[in-house]
Design a protein around this ligand. Structure first.
Ligand SMILES: [Zn+2]
Length: 147
């Protein structure tokens, strides 16, 4: 009986520990402080604390981006006639409808770059945008680790 009760108590203790998730903050602190991967974890992610709205993706942006896509409806189209950046559709001469407007040079909170429709906007499809963003994030992380 006693052994059974102890087993039940142990199980209850384990379960109660499991139901208390470690906070996000404590996990981050553990990763940043020391350890062989300290450099990797100290790379700041892109504006982590800000919502899309706070990063400038407001109603005004949605409206402007929609108007832009009406003018430049295919993936890889840009007003300044420069080659599109990371548009596989354009490189393969595939006519894919654009689903979003991308900042050619990541704006990183820079208001001028954000609204530079003529020089810094391009239409992309979701797939090409995902590829471009992943490449940018990798390059950004690498630059910060080395720098
Ligand atoms: Zn595309």
């Amino acid at each position: 009986m006693i052994a059974q009760r102890r087993a039940a108590e142990t199980l209850a203790a384990v379960l109660s520990e499991r139901t208390v998730p470690p906070s996000h903050k404590s996990l981050c602190t553990m990763r940043i402080v020391g350890g062989p991967q300290a450099d990797t974890w100290s790379v700041p992610p892109r504006e982590p604390q800000k919502s899309a709205f706070q990063r400038g993706y407001t109603k005004a942006w949605s409206k402007a981006a929609k108007a832009f896509r009406l003018k430049y409806p295919l993936c890889g189209m840009r007003p300044d006639h420069q080659p599109p950046v990371m548009s596989e559709c354009d490189q393969l001469e595939r006519s894919t409808p654009a689903t979003l407007v991308d900042h050619v040079v990541p704006h990183r909170g820079d208001h001028t770059r954000f609204w530079d429709e003529q020089g810094n906007w391009q239409s992309l499809c979701f797939r090409c945008h995902t590829r471009k963003t992943a490449a940018e994030d990798a390059a950004f992380a690498e630059a910060n680790v080395k720098g």
